[in-house]
Design a protein around this ligand. Structure first.
Ligand SMILES: [Zn+2]
Length: 273
């Protein structure tokens, strides 16, 4: 797993997790070093996988020794490293993105609940606000986002970064951090590898009235691939294959849709919207 995937998974789980579930990934240690994942102590219980019947057991600490009790095997000793729990540091994450993008109107604390306004960007097409919401999976997530916005200044363009789900709150565009962010090992920072303005729907030469100038062509390519049985099951794989095909078929085009646009298109068309 890479850094963005690990961070996204920790964010979407919403609770403390065992460090040892991730400690075999090099990127996990990079995230700890960058302060994007922090230790929160030790877990209070653990699943025993030493005996025949997996069971949950409370962690105890006695005579300077961590461990738990198993009915079959008695006291099982554990090292602290085996039960250390971690959680993502969203405050650091938000500050990193705001800093890298040189955002205006930054807010270093949540607007409300779990909704963060990372900041705003001035673009040729208008102000784009960047939000972070851990999950956009169900109606509760949408309500909580909408409610946080009530007392905030609304812009007509915006991006909701999330780690799970694709629900959106128009006119804002929801995008998974895994699709648009990358991790810079040197600085220990997350950054956009897709222009935030293009995610928000601002095109360089904004003509107005054509929200997605690629949609028609992408739709044709998508259905051709499906008809030929060439569709790939993974959303990102299918989007990348469509983009390759687009570039092969229209080499004379100066502008091609960005990866994030094609990925969003595949998501939309597959979800029937
Ligand atoms: Zn046991």
């Amino acid at each position: 797993m890479d850094a963005v995937a690990i961070f996204a998974q920790l964010v979407s789980q919403r609770e403390k997790v065992l460090a040892r579930s991730y400690s075999h990934h090099a990127a996990f240690h990079d995230l700890i070093k960058a302060g994007l994942i922090e230790e929160t102590g030790v877990v209070s219980s653990i699943i025993c996988d030493e005996c025949d019947q997996p069971h949950e057991s409370a962690i105890t600490y006695q005579d300077s020794q961590y461990g738990y009790f198993c009915y079959d095997l008695g006291f099982i000793k554990l090292s602290r490293a085996e039960i250390v729990s971690v959680k993502p540091n969203i405050k650091t994450f938000v500050a990193q993105i705001a800093g890298r993008e040189n955002c205006k109107r930054r807010k270093p604390t949540p607007l409300e609940g779990e909704t963060w306004r990372i900041g705003g960007l001035e673009t040729a097409g208008g102000d784009v606000t960047i939000f972070f919401q851990p999950r956009m999976v169900d109606v509760k997530d949408v309500r909580s986002f909408e409610s946080s916005l009530k007392r905030d200044v609304r812009t007509s363009l915006g991006i909701i970064l999330t780690s799970a789900g694709v629900l959106s709150v128009p006119p804002y565009i929801t995008t998974s951090i895994q699709d648009v962010l990358n991790f810079d090992l040197k600085t220990g920072c997350f950054f956009f590898d897709v222009e935030p303005s293009s995610i928000a729907g601002v095109s360089e030469t904004r003509t107005g009235g054509r929200p997605n100038e690629y949609k028609e062509t992408l739709t044709i390519l998508f259905h051709e691939r499906a008809a030929d049985g060439r569709s790939l099951s993974g959303r990102n794989q299918e989007a990348d294959a469509i983009l390759d095909e687009y570039n092969d078929r229209f080499p004379e085009e100066k502008k091609t849709p960005h990866k994030s646009i094609v990925r969003k298109f595949v998501t939309d068309v597959r979800s029937g919207s």
